[in-house]
Structures are given as structure tokens and as C-alpha cells.
Design a protein around this ligand. Structure first.
Ligand code: PNS
Length: 161
């Protein structure tokens, strides 16, 4: 089975993330969306909440038969080794993402020589969308329907009320 890991914080998942999933799932037998549990990072949603939101979004988009969700903590390479996964998917929005992603990919390769990182360019519509921007704009009532799934919108309303 060709399995790929799509790791991230997903706090929350955006349409940009979903776009990457929709474009990449056809190229593999299975995609695992890996939600990072980093206790040192302040997040809007707990890892369980983020995992549940993604699970519901995948179900609503009828992607749940080929894409699953898991959470992990610690090193990404420890997770991929434990799960026998050799491919990591990352999206690239602007050139500003490049430096960090370059370091991440090269260090992961140092730590696990079998691991390959595949990059997808973010679609034009989403190249400026980030979870942080969504969290910043949401409390001011900005119209975000093109950038987050209705399930995410509901979860954010509940969380911030
Ligand atoms: O959505 P993000 O926050 O950009 O995702 C970053 C992520 C989760 C891919 C990265 O922080 C990660 O892999 N963290 C796990 C810890 C780890 O392995 N760090 C070393 C990478 S060289």
C-alpha cells in the first residue's frame, strides 16, 4: 500500500488544507492526516477536537474511505517509522514557506533516510490562507465561507461563544 502522511497543526483545518488533500489522495492508496499534539503550543482546539473536526469534514466531503485522521506527538519521523510510512505531503503557499519547509524536509531526511517529502503548490485561491489568519479574522465576523468548511465555522462559533 502506498500510504502518505499529511502532517500539520490543523488549528483549524482550512480549505487550503482540504484542497491539498483532494488533489493528493488520488495519487496514493491512503492518506493519513496527522494532527500534531504539541503541548507547548497554545491552540484554539485540542488535538481531539481538531481530529474530530477533520473526521467530520472528510465524511462530509466523502473522502473518509481513502483519507483517515490520526494525532501524533514527538518527532514526525518516529511516527512515520512506527506506521511504516515513507512519504510526507506538505503544501507550499508563498516563498515565505520555503525556508521552513526546506529545513523540515532536510532534517527529516537526516533523521530517516527512507522518508521523502512531496510538496504541492497551494492553489491560487488559497495561497494566502492560513489557520492563524482565520483565527485572527473570525472574531471580527469576517466572511470566511470560502476559506473554511461550514463544519469548521460551526466549531469556531461554538469555541469562541
Ligand atoms: O501545520 P504546521 O504547524 O506547519 O505543521 C508543522 C509540523 C507538524 C509538520 C512540524 O512541526 C512537525 O513535524 N512537528 C513534529 C516534531 C518534529 O518532528 N520536528 C522536527 C522536524 S525537523
Amino acid at each position: 500500500m502506498r500510504i502518505a502522511l499529511y502532517p500539520g497543526s490543523f488549528d483549524p483545518i482550512t480549505m487550503g488544507h482540504l484542497d491539498i488533500i483532494k488533489r493528493v489522495y488520488k495519487l496514493f492508496d491512503h492518506i493519513v492526516v496527522g494532527v500534531l499534539h504539541n503541548p507547548k503550543k497554545n491552540t484554539l482546539f485540542t488535538p481531539k477536537e481538531r481530529t474530530d473536526i477533520i473526521t467530520n469534514v472528510l465524511k462530509a466531503e466523502k473522502l473518509d474511505n481513502c483519507v483517515s485522521v490520526d494525532s501524533f506527538h514527538g518527532l514526525l519521523v518516529d511516527y512515520t517509522k512506527a506506521k511504516n510510512i515513507n512519504v510526507v505531503i506538505r503544501g507550499l503557499r508563498a516563498t515565505s514557506d520555503y525556508e521552513y519547509e526546506h529545513t523540515l524536509a532536510l532534517m527529516n531526511k537526516e533523521l530517516s533516510s527512507e522518508l521523502e517529502t512531496f510538496f504541492l503548490m497551494a492553489s491560487n485561491n488559497y495561497s494566502f490562507v492560513s489557520s492563524n489568519l482565520i483565527k485572527e479574522l473570525f472574531p471580527f465576523g469576517a466572511d470566511l465561507k470560502n476559506y473554511v468548511h461550514p463544519i469548521v465555522m460551526e466549531a469556531m462559533k461554538k469555541q469562541l461563544s
